[in-house]
Design a protein around this ligand. Structure first.
Ligand code: FE2
Ligand code: FE2
Length: 193
């Protein structure tokens, strides 16, 4: 049997009954969010950025594995796992894309680290690609400056080792379920847009 659908063509004309149908479908869709995030991480391997020694999925798993082995908490490990998930669709603002995904579910500090990591990452390679190591200095004095620098040094710039034993994506799935299964803490996410 086909799923029930609203019939309105303009949102302003929808009835309470129609929105009840939509709300039920939304709830099922939101429940699949951890699975969609996992698929996005897995899908990074098929995308570009092919010049590196490891593909982007392996890089992401290496980042999350290192964070987990270092004793970082579940929010941080999940953030490490998704930090580059925006590469395919937002190659010039990928930190912001990942941070937007994380913001409703994790602390502002972790979201900020992920949002700004592309700038801090430049410290390790920029002169080779026409940039400057000092790009991160614009944030000097920020309360989370050292945290972002630490993330890049320990869980990003060093995560291109093809011989590193990464944990599989399945290992992190319960962590994705926990973090992306939380009640979102952003008012805007309660609105249906
Ligand atoms: Fe990145
Ligand atoms: Fe990265």
């Amino acid at each position: 049997m086909a799923a029930a659908k609203a019939k309105f063509t303009r949102m302003q004309d929808g009835t309470a009954e129609e929105y009840a149908v939509i709300e039920e479908a939304d709830a099922k869709y939101f429940a699949d969010l951890p699975g969609r995030v996992a698929a996005a991480v897995a899908g990074l391997a098929k995308e570009g950025l092919g010049g590196y020694a490891v593909d982007r999925t392996q890089h992401s798993l290496q980042s999350a594995t290192r964070a987990h082995l270092a004793g970082e908490d579940v929010d941080y490990v999940v953030a490490a796992l998704v930090h580059d998930v925006g590469d395919p669709l937002a190659p010039f603002s990928h930190g912001r894309l990942a941070a937007s995904m994380l913001k409703p579910f994790v602390s502002p500090r972790i979201a900020w680290i992920i949002e700004q990591h592309p700038v801090f990452q430049m410290h390790f390679y920029a002169p080779h690609m026409g940039g400057t190591r000092d790009a991160r200095e614009r944030f000097r004095g920020h309360e989370w400056f050292e945290d972002a620098a630490y993330f890049c040094e320990h869980y990003d710039e060093n995560c291109f080792d093809p011989n590193f034993e990464t944990l599989e994506l399945e290992f992190f799935r319960p962590m994705l379920d926990e973090v992306f299964g939380r009640t979102p803490n952003f008012p805007e996410t309660a609105a249906h847009i």
